[in-house]
Design a protein. Sequence first.
Length: 317
Amino acid sequence: MVGHILIPDIDSENPATFSKKITKNILRDKWHYDGLIITDALEMGALSSYTWHGEVAIRAVEAGADILLLPLDNDEAINSIFKAVESGRISVSRIEESFNRIINEKEKSGLFKNKNNKWNIVEDKVEIYKHTEVSKNIADQSITLVKNNEDIIPIDIKKYDKVTHIMLSMDEGIRSRFKSYASNLRKTHGNVEEIIIHDKLSRLAMKDVLEKVKKTNLVIMSMLIRIKMDKGISTIDETHNKLINKINKLNIPILGVSFGSPYLPEYKNIDSYICTYGYGSISLNAASDAIFGRIDINGKLPVTLNEKYERGHGISI
């Protein structure tokens, strides 16, 4: 496994994941290593802050990686590599090298000889109802209602004619990650306008968002807050927080839902606040169920957010 570290004495320009000097010149040519080269998680800030995530996948393959772990967006990584092959940037033979190494390792492990190694056996043991039900219960019980002014939760769909769903993040891939969750909100309520924000907001962009929400009856603020190395913050961006403040001044009720880190710069401008602590599909489903009252909420904060919302706090409904 190659790490996302810079070794100036060997390659002063590229981290090991992108360095042909390390993966090819040293591992392959000098040490004659012919096994698999696997990357560390590509979602880490050390790389995602270096270049966009599609380019991260391409450069890792160019450097010699056979298996890419945890791209920030799987579909984007696959499509980017495919396009790089189509354009000639990555040769077909380079892809075949990695394919052959992976197949050889599987043959060495006897995966093709053992008759019991069939995919249906995996399907019979992985993601079966017995297991998914346990994970669902854990996700459901973890949902924490920090505050609930005006009794917004559970949402009464008859009370709010129009809902605006704002999806906030400084991470790429928010649209694909929130796809099923956002669809659930739309189908349950029936009149939901969506706004996706995945970058800092300029003054004009903020003005545009405020104009869109003026006639809404409720704003659902879904915040994807991923903790990553070198990211520098464990909360939402400063401009996103300003947006929340300005929406609050319009006297439009705001439901905040955090996925990942529960920390916010301030909590006074959100009327109701739900913490999920995760951003996998199981947490996204639990969030939508909690929002519309399809499950009971009994979770407690595992950490202290501020002097008012301390560890162990949580509203049960």
